[in-house]
Design a protein around this ligand. Structure first.
Ligand code: UTP
Length: 288
């Protein structure tokens, strides 16, 4: 069985839910406390053993490339001023992981974004990380999924139970539970109306997929929203290959929405070693 070495990080969406903040800067670069959201996810990839990440970018996303590059002037400046803690923080970002970039010329959907990474991924199983989902857990979410991949030798999706009132915002699975928290997927549906949702198990932005998904996506027609949907590709995939769904352990923040973003900001600030106490007493003083 092939090890999961590479991951795709689609970041070519328009980020309309965060306009006007995302008019001229990528959503992925918005900070949670002092780190851009994309860095949390890339750290999860690294801590799960991923060696190479392929970031799918689009127009106006060059600050993502700059962030993971070496910044000679900044490093030189920090070094000469003796700010060695900051220097170490900045250096560790460019040292973290091998990154490749590929452009999605038009935002034609998540399925299409994954397809443009095909040549760099090649003929091996790979991971997908969506920057809209940030998971805080003791064992990285992708690592938990890799354990299932190794045991079952099959694709794995991250799942989370969500309130039925929210289900229409997600890809949803029809599945049979085979052990606590582990499901064998039978079918999938993108953003179903509540009455058509087969379960309350939503797909969260972490996937382990076989390279066979590429040829399927190549012939997947446009679906919901006129976009090539990954969920539609997975519907075909599951007809010939098993897919498992894991209800992972950890707290997940939907940072693609404003409320999820605020929740993550507050909770990460409360956990921050330098800021935490001060921020907590500030919140108490607010007398909400
Ligand atoms: P979203 O549906 O959250 O889209 O895409 P978005 O454009 O980023 O945000 P909103 O909804 O307009 O606020 C889920 C993920 O897929 C990527 C996005 O960058 C995001 O990480 N994506 C989506 C692409 O890379 N290309 C696409 O064509 C669509």
């Amino acid at each position: 069985m092939k090890k999961i070495r590479k991951a795709v990080f689609p970041a070519a969406g328009l980020g309309t839910r965060f306009l006007p903040a995302t008019k001229s800067q990528p959503k992925e670069m918005l900070p949670l406390v002092d780190k851009p959201m994309i860095q949390y996810v890339i750290e999860e990839a690294k801590n799960s053993g991923i060696e190479h990440i392929v970031i799918v970018t689009g127009r106006g996303k060059s600050s993502i490339e700059d962030h993971f590059d070496i910044s000679f002037e900044l490093e030189h400046n920090l070094e000469s001023k003796g700010k060695l803690d900051l220097l170490q923080k900045v250096r560790s970002i460019s040292d973290m992981i091998t990154v490749s970039y590929v452009r999605q010329k038009e935002p034609l959907g998540l399925g299409h974004a994954i397809l443009v990474a095909k040549d760099i991924i090649g003929n091996e199983p790979f991971a997908v990380f969506l920057g809209d989902d940030i998971v805080d857990s003791s064992v990285p979410c992708m690592k938990q999924m890799m354990m299932i991949y190794e045991e079952k030798e099959a694709s794995v999706l991250a799942l989370q139970k969500v309130p039925m009132s929210m289900i229409s915002s997600y890809g949803v699975v029809k599945a049979e539970q085979i052990s606590p928290g582990l499901h064998r997927i039978e079918d999938l549906v993108e953003k179903p109306p509540i009455e058509e949702a087969p379960t309350d198990l939503a797909i969260i932005g972490r996937y382990i997929l076989g390279p066979e998904i590429f040829s399927i996506l190549e012939s997947t027609p446009k679906g919901s929203g006129g976009e090539i949907q990954l969920t539609d590709g997975l519907r075909e995939y599951v007809k010939t290959r098993p897919i498992y769904g894991l209800e992972f352990e950890g707290r997940r923040y939907d940072t693609g929405s404003k409320i999820g973003y605020l929740e993550a900001t507050v909770e990460f600030a409360l956990k921050d070693q330098e800021l935490g106490e001060q921020f907590r007493s500030y919140l108490k003083r607010l007398k909400l």
